[in-house]
Design a protein around this ligand. Structure first.
Ligand SMILES: [Zn+2]
Length: 342
């Protein structure tokens, strides 16, 4: 069930939101900041439910026996009343979500929102207007929103979500109470993946350490068989020195078919080479924990200098591609460089 307790690793935001509801003193606007995929939108929906629940609960549900005494006194929406059900199914007329249409949130979308907010809420105690990815408000839309925030409509709380406050007009930020959401710790991510996707501990640990603290990213990785793709890239990378030029170029051709995938492949390669460097000094610190045997063998066959040389070559290719150099040409050069082994 969606609820504050379902948010992973966001104790402080949950405490602040629950306390605001308990105090009965709600700000006109919140700004939720933090990287993609860590629960900002879930928190906004839960807050909307808690503000309007007919049967507001106290305390984390029974499936969270680890909750502290303070957490047990926090409010939590019931998830079953008419209001909660409408919000969960996306059918509540007073919980309004605005998100980018294409690349931007356009001024017409904000005008449409503001004209709704002039009227009284249909049925909610507290109407919630969620503006997701507010960094995509175009300047005109941002200024229109600002005017409404300066004279906030009654019984309404705005929740803006964005990556960082500096991406938004400072005049808008100053009208909001900012709540920072943290990246999820590797340990919590690992437990989450094990519990929700049934992965074994070793695979879950690798994905958790590569997901950059984002639940959404870890789920995408799990669903797209990321481990298999990683294995393919590492095997190709390791085989390069023993291969003909033609085969090296075949690898770069395969990678070049998808520009986004190239950057993921670079991350995988750098982490792999880093693991081989780290293995000799602190084997417990490797990321690809499920491949420790292979890392051990590779570490015996190479030198730190050769590894650092390869990591630098990958970083250079990464910079060049970001600066719009020819993708295929850059990859070809990189693969030939990596195959030299040094
Ligand atoms: Zn409810």
């Amino acid at each position: 069930m969606p609820g504050f307790a379902s948010l992973v690793d966001q104790k402080r935001p949950v405490r602040l939101l629950a306390a605001a509801i308990s105090s009965g003193n709600l700000p006109h606007a919140f700004l939720f900041t933090g990287i993609e995929g860590i629960g900002k939108k879930t928190a906004a929906m839960t807050f909307a439910m808690a503000c309007n629940c007919f049967n507001l609960q106290k305390g984390y549900p029974a499936e969270h026996p680890e909750a502290t005494l303070a957490e047990r006194s926090l409010v939590e929406p019931c998830g079953r009343c008419r209001s909660c059900k409408k919000i969960i199914s996306g059918n509540h007329p007073d919980i309004i979500l605005v998100k980018p249409a294409g690349a931007m949130i356009k001024v017409d979308q904000i005008r449409a929102l503001c004209s709704k907010l002039v009227l009284k809420p249909y049925e909610a105690n507290t109407r919630i207007a969620i503006i997701a990815d507010a960094q995509k408000l175009n300047p005109e839309a941002g200024n229109t929103l600002l005017k409404t925030l300066e004279e906030p409509p009654e019984h309404t709380v705005f929740i803006l979500t964005t990556l960082q406050a500096s991406d938004i007009l400072p005049t808008v930020v100053s009208r909001c109470q900012q709540i920072r959401f943290n990246p999820i710790s590797s340990n919590s991510l690992q437990t989450y993946i094990e519990n929700t996707h049934g992965l074994d501990a070793t695979e879950a640990s690798v994905i958790a350490s590569m997901a950059g603290g984002s639940i959404t990213r870890s789920e995408l990785m799990t669903k797209s068989n990321w481990i298999d793709k990683r294995n393919w890239i590492i095997n190709e990378l390791e085989a390069l020195p023993s291969r003909s030029v033609n085969l090296c170029l075949a690898f770069s051709e395969a990678l070049s078919k998808n520009k986004d995938r190239v950057f993921t492949a670079f991350e995988i390669m750098k982490n792999w080479l880093r693991d081989i460097v780290v293995y000799n000094y602190a084997p417990e610190k490797i990321i690809n924990t499920d491949l420790s045997e292979q890392i051990k063998i590779s570490a015996k066959k190479t030198t730190i200098n050769a590894l650092v040389f390869k990591i630098r070559a990958i970083e250079k290719a990464e910079r060049d591609i970001k600066a719009n150099s020819n993708l295929r040409l850059t990859l070809d050069t990189l693969m030939i460089t990596l195959s030299k082994g040094h």
